[in-house]
Design a protein around this ligand. Structure first.
Ligand code: NAD
Length: 265
């Protein structure tokens, strides 16, 4: 049995680059109509749309700042206007603004929490409201599916990144709490926690010596690609994962296995 999303509509936030782009492209190939959300790069989003359409799929680029409720609501309205419904949300948008703890400004604390945590809250709330309004469309076993993009830093503390780690720790319990609250309605909510995946968010950190240092933290000994995460997102969004509710799937080459203990003993 293949993971397919035929007849379903997926909203992918931050779909113009990195993990979101990989997920949007794979969901398009799996038969979903994709709403490619972007914040900065309209060009990037339009390119993803073109690629999906070239493969015979359907997609539309929609701009929205996920930290702004009115823009999130407008994005969902546009999704429904274009494709008639929303069946899957991938709340993927996220940013980093790193600083040593005492140097971290309130502005950069708020910016990261607003995008990474409040943004996921607003998108998930809009999605659940839409799932309820449209009822059971008969396109999938679940009535709606939500994937929250977290990080290994939902469990691994990260010095110099207090805002980011706090946002992902928050995403973890937001996801599990929402999963518990809406599961009885047939809505499946799950999380993905990637390790080091090569994208724009960490391009500098994964170059040269940086890459070697990071590899020491990865038992599987390679840095991930967006496709590694996209395949897991497809599985979780598909009926293949129909009994998976409130789980976080770590996609990290073993980064959360305390690799420092390999040589300790
Ligand atoms: P990326 O920078 O390519 O993608 C982030 C996306 O979020 C961009 O498309 C950006 O435009 C969008 N975005 C930022 N602010 C936004 C806003 N206010 N409204 C809407 N969109 C906004 O980096 P990425 O690695 O693809 O990151 C995607 C997600 O994966 C993030 O949540 C990140 O925390 C998470 N993640 C990435 C890694 C990794 O190693 N790359 C590891 C763990 C978790």
């Amino acid at each position: 049995m293949e993971c397919r999303l035929d007849g379903q509509v997926a909203v992918v936030t931050g779909g113009s680059s990195g993990l979101g782009q990989g997920i949007a492209l794979l969901f398009g190939r799996a038969g979903a109509a994709v709403v490619v959300n972007y914040h900065g790069s309209q060009e990037g989003a339009e390119d993803v749309v073109r690629q999906i359409e070239a493969g015979g799929g359907r997609a539309v680029a929609v701009r929205a700042d996920v930290s702004q409720q009115a823009e999130v609501d407008a994005m969902f309205a546009k999704a429904v206007e274009h494709f008639g419904a929303v069946d899957i949300l991938v709340a993927n948008s996220g940013i980093q603004k790193d600083a040593a703890f005492t140097e971290l400004t309130l502005e950069d604390w708020r910016k990261v929490i607003d995008t990474n945590l409040t943004g996921q809250f607003l998108c998930a709330q809009a999605a659940v409201r839409q799932f309820r309004q449209q009822g059971d469309r008969g396109v999938s076993k679940a009535r709606g599916k939500i994937l929250h993009m977290s990080s290994v830093h939902e469990v691994v503390p990260w010095a110099g990144h207090a805002n980011y780690a706090a946002s992902k720790g928050g995403v973890s319990l937001l996801m599990r709490t929402l999963a518990q609250e809406v599961a009885e309605e047939g809505i499946r909510v799950n999380g993905i926690a990637p390790g080091a995946i090569r994208t724009a968010i960490n391009a500098d950190a994964l170059e040269g010596e940086g890459a070697e240092e990071v590899l020491r933290l990865i038992p599987y000994n390679r840095i991930g690609d967006p496709e590694d995460v996209a395949r897991v997102a497809l599985f979780l969004a598909s009926d293949m994962a129909d009994y998976v509710v409130g789980a976080t799937l770590f996609v990290d080459g073993g980064m959360t296995l305390y690799p420092g203990f390999r040589d300790n003993g």
